[in-house]
Ligand binder design. Structure first.
Ligand code: AKB
Length: 331
């Protein structure tokens, strides 16, 4: 009976066994703080440790445990896992698609060597390991509309190559050593209070800030570039649901998930319902070539069937919420 205890803190679900102890790497990127908030509400504040190599602000420290963790330093990670009795690891550290192309050696180190460290550590300590993958794990030879879970993957960015490597290595460690590896391929994630870090889909975040501040938006993709997208709330809920899913429900270790697919022209139309005078200029740059090699529509039917994935936000609903929130609390 030693393991069996009920958690009675207000607002928490009751557990028949101990809640997980979760470490999030790369925690000060676009997703970490929101995920920590969500998981802390489910599993208790002190059971979720946010980590990064960045000096945290006061509100990050106030929100719950925050530690320094360099994913390139195995011993540092090992010490954190041991000292904090970590049982789940969410590995967010990575250079995204556009920024990865600007510094390939760094992307190789962070995205590939960093992954090797967390993978090995998760194997040694029996952790449940979540690694996000991406629409960027596909390339021009993949079917683009729709793109299924299993198909040709020949990405043309170092980011995409590193994510295919993560998917394959994780699946191999699962098959060979029984590692509880879980991976969701995310589309472009849209948030308004945490900036994305150098991706190709970032225009769909930037538009809200530029439209409200200047009434002008310069888009680095062509107006007809269709890409799969998801609102951050849906993305984080998907991750939390997938991580808490009983093993028996999973029929694969890597799933596509998505909520919508739109073009710059379509998001502009949706934003103009609130800001009719918005002016837009299209000036495609190097990111156009990356976007042109990615899926237009993602097939996530396996996730919907196997573990009940369902999105809640479509384009208009997401735009309504973001514009309202940014008007109430301007930057
Ligand atoms: C990027 O644009 O690089 C990311 C992604 C789709 O993985 N947002």
């Amino acid at each position: 009976f030693g393991q069996i205890r009920a958690v009675v803190q207000p607002g928490l679900r009751r557990f028949s066994s101990s809640p997980p102890r979760i470490l999030i790497t790369g925690g000060l990127g676009q997703l970490g703080r929101g995920l920590a908030h969500l998981l802390r509400s489910r599993y208790g504040k002190d059971n979720v440790i946010l980590s990064d190599i960045i000096r945290p602000s006061d509100d990050i420290v106030r929100a719950g445990p925050y530690v320094f963790a360099d994913v390139l330093d195995f011993k540092n990670l090992q010490e954190l896992v041991v000292n904090n009795r970590v049982t789940w690891l969410v590995h967010f550290s990575a250079l995204l698609s556009a920024v990865g192309e600007q510094n390939v050696p760094l992307a190789v180190r962070v995205n590939i060597e960093g992954l090797h460290n967390v993978m090995e550590l998760s194997k040694q300590y029996g952790l449940r390991l979540f690694v996000p993958s991406t629409i960027g794990a596909f390339g021009p030879e993949s079917p683009r509309n729709p793109t299924p879970d299993v198909t040709v993957q020949r990405p043309k960015t170092i980011y995409g190559v590193s994510k295919v490597h993560a998917e394959l290595l994780g699946e191999y460690y699962h098959h060979r050593f029984g590692l509880d590896f879980r991976c969701l391929r995310f589309p472009g994630v849209i948030s308004y209070d945490t900036p994305p870090g150098g991706g190709t889909t970032d225009y769909a975040v930037q538009i809200f800030h530029d439209a409200l501040r200047d009434g002008e938006f310069r888009c680095y993709l062509r107006e007809d570039t269709r890409l799969p997208m998801i609102y951050i709330e849906d993305c984080l809920r998907a991750l939390a649901e997938f991580m808490s899913c009983p093993e028996g429900m999973l029929r694969r270790r890597t799933y596509n998930i998505t909520a919508m697919s739109f073009t710059p022209e379509e998001i502009v139309r949706s934003v103009r319902r609130h800001i009719p005078d918005l002016t837009v200029k299209y000036a495609p740059d190097h990111r156009q070539q990356i976007a042109d090699s990615w899926p237009e529509v993602f097939d996530d039917s396996n996730a919907r069937r196997d573990w009940g994935w369902q999105h809640e936000y479509d384009l208009d609903r997401m735009c309504d919420i973001i514009i309202h929130a940014l008007r109430v609390t301007p930057e």
